[in-house]
Design a protein around this ligand. Structure first.
Ligand code: BV8
Length: 225
């Protein structure tokens, strides 16, 4: 069985109109990372952070999947059970594009998490400071997002797939954030053929055996073929 692990980042959703993190005018340009994507930032200014994610949740709810999302769903359909889709993205465009069993290693905008009891529920469009948890009633609801300094989700499962895959593709990610940026080295050490599909060279481009440059909606459908 030839297992393929695909890792995606903000670049695959860029053509659906969702901001990336580091391109000019990216999300972080308007906010310092520490202020909005960290537990400390949330503790310091929960209204700013809830507002930041409410705005992204609204934008993501309006966005449509693009040809790259559809192409990856087609790849999964063509190779049932062999394509593991890991995303750093917190939008639901892979699922909207027909993908199944998407591993959201950095969480999901559509989910809320109770910081008191760990309960998860579908996030309201606008989460408030002190959002009450439907399970324990504590005013501890927060976005179900993995912030800097927090452990990404599904890591054991992801690492097991990386160590046993034949192909690894990173799509639309700048390779700046770990542990995701280090996945290529694990796959390469396992003997996988590693390809980067991105608008430009990422910070870890030299770890890949192959690279294809261009917009995801153009190069991903061609690569899937
Ligand atoms: C952890 C959710 C430990 C939030 C995100 C020093 C050295 C190394 C590591 C560290 C360090 N100091 C701290 C760390 C660890 C830290 C880290 O890596 N920091 C970096 C900044 C140095 N990592 C963490 O904290 C992680 N956790 O390490 O935990 C631990 C251990 C034990 C116990 C507890 C904890 C957690 C990191 C997760 C943070 N959360 N997202 C939110 O979404 O709001 S990160 C966020 O940025 C994204 O999720 C993504 O992962 C990351 C990078 O973004 P990209 O997706 O790559 O997007 P970007 O804009 O950067 O790039 C877009 C790319 O697309 C570009 O290359 C562009 O050219 C391309 N593109 C654009 N348009 C297109 C395109 N490509 C194709 N077509 C197009 N049209």
């Amino acid at each position: 069985m030839d297992k393929i692990v695909v890792l995606t980042g903000a670049g695959i959703s860029a053509e659906s109109g969702l901001g990336t993190f580091r391109d000019a005018g990216g999300l972080w340009e308007r906010h310092r990372i520490e202020d909005v994507a960290s537990p400390e930032g949330f503790a310091r200014d929960p209204a700013l952070v809830q507002g930041f994610y409410n705005a992204r949740r609204a934008a993501a709810a309006q966005a449509q999947p693009n040809a790259a999302h559809h192409a990856l769903a087609k790849l999964q359909d063509a190779h049932p059970g062999e394509v593991v889709l890991v995303t750093q993205n917190v939008d639901a465009l892979h699922e909207a594009g027909g993908a199944t069993s998407v591993l959201h290693m950095h969480g999901e905008l559509a989910q809320a998490l109770c910081a008191a009891c760990g309960h998860r529920w579908t996030a309201p469009a606008d989460m408030r400071v002190g959002e009450p948890c439907p399970a324990c009633a504590a005013p501890a609801g927060r976005p179900d997002i993995v912030w800097f300094g927090e452990m990404p989700y599904h890591m054991d499962e992801i690492l097991a797939h990386l160590e046993t895959c034949s192909y690894f593709a990173a799509i639309g990610t700048s390779g700046n954030v770990y542990p995701a940026a280090g996945f290529v080295q694990i796959a390469d050490a396992a003997g996988a053929h590693c390809v980067e599909l991105n608008l430009e060279a990422s910070s870890v481009r030299s770890d890949f055996a192959e690279a294809r440059e261009g917009r995801a909606t153009e190069i991903v459908p061609v690569w899937v073929e």
